[in-house]
Ligand binder design. Sequence first.
Ligand code: FMN
Length: 401
Amino acid sequence: MYSLLRKILFRFPAESAHNFVMSFLSTTGRVLPLARWFTYGGRHRKGVPTELFDLQFPNPVGLAAGLDKNAECYNELSDFGFGFIEVGSLTPLPQKGNPRPRMFRLPQDRALINRMGINNCGVLSAISNFKQRRPRTILCASIAANSTTAAENIGKDYTKAFCMLYDFVDMFTVNISCPNVHIMSDLQDSDTFPDVMDGILESRVVMDVYKPVLVKISSDISTEQLDYILDYCLRNGVDGIVAANTTRSREGLATPQESLSIIGNGGLSGAPLYHRSLSLVRYIHEKTNGRLPIVASGGIMSVEQALEMIDAGASLLELYTGFIYEGPSLVGDIIKALEKRRAERHSEAMPEATPSKAPEPQENEPAEAETEAPDYTEITDIQPQDDPAGTPEEPSATPEK
Ligand SMILES: Cc1cc2nc3c(=O)[nH]c(=O)nc-3n(C[C@H](O)[C@H](O)[C@H](O)COP(=O)(O)O)c2cc1C
């Protein structure tokens, strides 16, 4: 079914198809909530409950930033089964982004190249949407500075977006890694990164309710930059890392060089990004001894890759390009695989609780038939088995939901 829809959508320019789908979703959300629910809602509700940052995620598979840039369709998108939705990136003021065309498909590589330039309607418009459409999902806001902001005021822009959105979302990602915005080119350096983060973390201290703050790094980050950022995060109470954003690299692509030259600059996402993001997840997990929760983003196109990311140390996953190429079934398939794995580990961990006559689970047996849904305390089930730290550290204050 989705392959037919994808064939049709792929006949249109990438951004037009994207805009069409977003308008469709937001219209069905307003006009036909019941039909929408029957069409693609109500599935995967059992999920893989995951507690992290004192938030209870119905499952660890989220939607990455950039698809719901203006926070218009988070409820409808969550009906595809996502355990959380990252909206934005949002800037204090609205901005148009780069001139079109700025989003391209590379079907031979199952990839996208985009140079959107953080086009978005601004924080105030998102807040108005949050007020009108009460979120039915865990919401993460990705925040960024306006691209025309002077270098000395970039930190203030981030803090402003953070404070304005604080009451409306559950958690934040600080986007310092967009490859398509000039002012972000050096925000991962040790002399600029604290200017972005200090104001955000100081503002959080005076808030009544604690909300997690994560940092989204680039796929192209140097080891020196990454080590500095990890050290800063551990010392200053940053709650986690999103690894990673798109890459500028064009290495190893099947798409002909001629087509790549016509497309031009932009961040590459999808299948070719996978090994980069996997090694980043592995590196961060090992370097921090599992003390900094990781949200894996980048090239997750299959169930196997999702599981491998979790084995490498990711606590949560995010999809973007995989969702475009594989469709909503990818979300459900990952959740089912996680359910199955959790049920298997559960029964391995408690062999004496299994009656001696109970039949062994069959390989192809649906996971639903195997056990009851485990409760939220079982986050350790999806941690890698060799995780020396076990459940990641939790923030000191308890967020109210
Ligand atoms: C068209 C497009 C727009 C994006 N916009 C943003 C954005 O505004 N903020 C952000 O942090 N990431 C943005 N991203 C990056 C994604 O969130 C994600 O990290 C990246 O695409 C890698 O994941 P994937 O390979 O699953 O797509 C965008 C990606 C695409 C393809």
